[in-house]
Design a protein around this ligand. Structure first.
Ligand code: HEM
Length: 334
């Protein structure tokens, strides 16, 4: 008895050290792909099958789910803060400038969460759902696969100020965009590779109108925009009105994850100002745009690595945060 007690005491003293070491020895800051292998072995296939259904119904949903993970990670880290609805204690990030009338995919996340709660209650975080759904979406439309480090927990709050300030805007200058990535621990390669997310999905007219009519305040279109492409865009994006008219971010292959986004930029046909400046405002980013346009495999390799880097932004782990039962609400918010 004394002996077994002794062992127990020893275990108590040593196991936290072992655990801490195990955590430290993982290259992803405490997250690892096998996190749910014992607690919810079907987690990944449940997410995959619901994402596949949603994308089969509407291809654009792949783009919307990739963007949802980005807008989560850039505000307080990848903690599902973006999914919280307004409540007595929450001012939802859904109302921020980058998200309002724009961010989508919340119903698909609800569906995934409901299926996971039925299979393994209280186990899989909403933040991890967003990370897996972004990877599965990418693969479903022809992009690269990567193993998603897991074990994130969900936030107990949201930050609409963070959402307004920390997510880059389409009319930000290149130095501002690079600074906003640096604040998240991401570098210039991450900026250019992750911008390649714009190989799929849509933008509203309001996000690029300035380029068509008055880029620098002199009543002229953006001189870096191809003249005939600009004329075509003006037909659906008038000087006033039509704010929500939709345009593909990659007009050549809007539903396929490939490197046409970069080829378009080289032709002066990047849709957003933030896309075209990657070519026109810095030799370092321009070299990456050219490299990705020339070599789709290099783009895929860098995109996959940069998605892992982005997914590692300040995760909550261990006893931090909670595992939400409903991604839209804190567990004790009624
Ligand atoms: C570099 C800075 C970035 C800026 C300024 C930016 C800006 C934008 C804007 C303005 C839109 C259109 C929104 C609308 O009009 O409703 C958009 C859409 C999109 N963004 Fe970005 N973005 C950036 C980086 C990223 C990153 C890092 C990713 C993911 C890796 C991403 C993925 C997407 C996707 C997939 C869409 C289309 C969403 C849909 O169709 O629902 N973006 N982005």
């Amino acid at each position: 008895m004394a002996n077994s007690m002794g062992c127990l005491v020893l275990l108590c003293l040593v196991s936290p050290l072992l655990f801490a070491n195990a955590v430290r020895s993982h290259p992803w800051g405490g997250l690892f792909p096998q996190f749910y292998d014992h607690s919810c072995p079907k987690a990944k296939e449940i997410v995959q099958s619901i994402v596949a259904q949603a994308v089969a119904k509407e291809t654009r949903m792949a783009a919307s789910l990739v963007r949802l993970h980005f807008h989560d990670c850039f505000v307080k880290g990848c903690d599902a803060s973006v999914l919280l609805d307004n409540s007595s204690s929450i001012v939802s990030e859904k109302g921020s400038n980058p998200n309002r009338n724009s961010l989508r995919g919340f119903e698909v996340v609800d569906q995934i969460k409901a299926a996971l709660e039925a299979a393994c209650p209280g186990t899989v975080s909403c933040a991890d759902i967003l990370a897996i759904a972004a990877r599965d979406s990418t693969v479903l439309v022809g992009g690269p696969y990567w193993d998603v480090p897991l074990g994130r927990r969900d936030s107990l709050g949201a930050s609409i100020q963070g959402s307004n300030n920390d997510i880059p805007a389409p009319n930000n200058t290149l130095p501002t965009i690079i600074t906003k990535f640096k604040l998240q621990g991401l570098n210039v390669v991450d900026v250019v590779a992750l911008s390649g997310g714009h190989t799929i999905g849509m933008s509203r007219c309001t996000s690029f109108r300035q380029r068509l009519y008055n880029q620098t305040g002199n009543g002229m279109a953006d001189s870096t925009l191809d003249v005939s492409y600009a004329a075509q865009l003006r037909q659906g994006c008038p000087r006033s009105g039509g704010d929500n008219n939709l345009f593909p971010l990659d007009f050549v292959t809007p539903a396929k994850f490939d490197n046409f986004y970069y080829k378009n930029i080289l032709a002066g046909k990047g849709l957003l100002s933030s896309d075209e400046v990657l070519l026109t405002k810095s030799a370092e980013t321009a070299a990456l745009v050219k490299a990705y346009a020339a070599d789709v495999n290099l783009f895929f390799q860098h995109f996959a690595q940069s998605m892992v880097n982005m997914g590692n932004i300040s995760p909550l782990t261990g006893s931090q945060g909670e595992i939400r039962k409903n991604c839209r609400r804190l567990n004790n918010d009624h």
